[in-house]
Design a binder for this molecule. Sequence first.
Ligand SMILES: [Zn+2]
Length: 710
Amino acid sequence: MTTSTPLQASADLQQNPLISFGRGICDYSQVKSSDIKPAIDFLLAQAEKAVAQAVDPKTPASWNELVEPLEDATESLSRSWGVISHLNSVADTPELRAAYGEMIPKVTAFFSSLGQNLALYQRFKELSQSSSYANLSTSQKKVIENSLRDFRLGGAELSDGDKPRFSQIQDEQALLGKAFSDHVLDATDSFVHLVTDKSELAGLPEDAIAAAADTAQQKGLQGWAFTLHFPSYYPVMQYSENRSLRRLMYEAYVTRASELAPQYSKGKLDWDNTANMLEQLKLRDEEARMLGFENYAALSLAPKMASSVSEVDGFLTTFAQKAKPFALKDWQELSNFAKAELNIGDGLEPWDIAFASERLKQERYSFSENELKQYFPLPKVLDGLFQVIQTLFGVKIESANLPTWHGDVQSFSVKNAEDRVVAYFYLDPYARPGKRGGAWMDDARGRRELPNGEIQVPVAYLVCNFAPPVKVDGVLRQPTITHDDVITLFHESGHGLHHLLTQVSALGVSGINGVEWDAVELPSQFMENFCWEWEVLEKMTSHAETEKPLPRELYEKILAAKNFQNGYMTLRQVVMSLTDWRLHANFDAVNAKGQAVLELSKSIADEFNVIPQPAISRWINTFSHIFAGGYAAGYYSYKWAEVLSADVYSAFEEAAKLTGSVLDEKTGARYRQEILEVGGSRPAAESFKAFRGREPSIDALLRHGGLVTQ
Ligand SMILES: [Zn+2]
């Protein structure tokens, strides 16, 4: 046991709700913004002390004496900090925001210093080379391996001569990434197109016209103003019958942050990202070489599931070739339709695509979203979701009485077959003021074996932003959600299950911790599949008034609309992924000049896309995912995870051929065991293979997306 004694919390601090819950569950309703600073200062000091103890040569380099006390202290800090950032996301107040903002720099600095702590790196290395290492569990070894890898990727093995340059590269990259997104934002903000004659707005929906009038008014203009922000721009592309308006907006949009901007979008030359992209690619290349990798793509794969640069390139190329015939078919269908119905006989231009597609969709695949929504009352949907989970994974979900942060929030326990609680989760379903938009799953507590041998069970937050129930004639109506909302709920619950059903005891790799990030969307996208199954929908739907289940006819319609233009859209995503990949793998960044980035993107589009990249398009200059968003050499992972999840799901479809139901318990139990329970404790590629009995195949995704010849 360690000789260090934890810092003693004063009586005041012991009452602090951010500390008093210890390893238990926080009482969110008791947290005041004035609790934040004292709690975090104390927990930070405690964590610093644990770090000092860990790097002390007198501390034996063993799991129990080195890793565990450090984990104890950093987990306490992370958990309290997690409560605060959660509250900041779901129950924001000006006081809370201020107190949170004040502490962000300190907490961020602590965690980044941990990653840069070379003395700590040495201690972890000692542990990995010690005789006791062999006795550690697979999960514990994985935690150590991951830490050593992250230290190395952070430059820990570089010579003292190289270290200053390495950190300079990091700083320069951060600045360039920031400048890139600033340029995109400034270019987007700077453009306004004013329409003064209402007849030019033909085809636009009322709400888009009202929004344009509002924008004009805010800018002190008369008429209707359109901007390049998506909610203003896209309705024009989708609905405007005015072809020259569409063209004007399109040209402004695709030339943002480029050398053509002054000509088309009134942007400034200073916002041209051409040189910025080259500069970033050069720095990434240099960083990769310093760390001993051939290129940045290879470096990016170190913590990912995909195993080699050529594997990813091959995956994307095959995908593109498979999708291309279907993209061509979609293109043909759209062109014929435009010619016959829209009088666009001289060939579809890029600014006609969204418009013609919307018309075609209306004509062939329309159904009323509002009518569909009536079939999905939230309680019925939740019941359906829980049925799916309980049947597949042999657990029971029951209402729990955990303290929450708002009256709308529900809490649940998950019990195993022996009626023992294995996890808890919260569901916060509705949008409200002070709550951030979107939907997410977050970890409130991870599964871990505590020093006293007890198991700490995991806890998750599932947060959505569904429309809250409304009162009609003074009576609260049943809340109904859209089919998209249902998919979102299943998606987030898939992440939740990954976190909650883990059986791993080492915190660093339990649940979603330590899962390679190109595999992290597998369990979430997997769950989405059930939202399209008739046997699930039939039981999960009940009309808000008539209580009848979803009619089969309406089901057939949503199914047909699901894959509308999927060939075209898939190919587009794959081409973007391939562009990202080859810029980081097959690009001579050191000698590249001028428009080399654009030229590479054009050559890939020309090779794979069904229509050539328009000459003026500078879309790459606004590709923020890879130049400002952490997806560099990672954009492929969207498709990668889709392939994995579809392939996993196809095992359930195969089972259904024998048993008549996709809710097959045996397959569910195997999935739980091989994918969900092991979390990050073994490589995702091995988990996949253990479940499927073979390497991943793209066939199931192609079939689900209608990209196979019948
Ligand atoms: Zn997700």
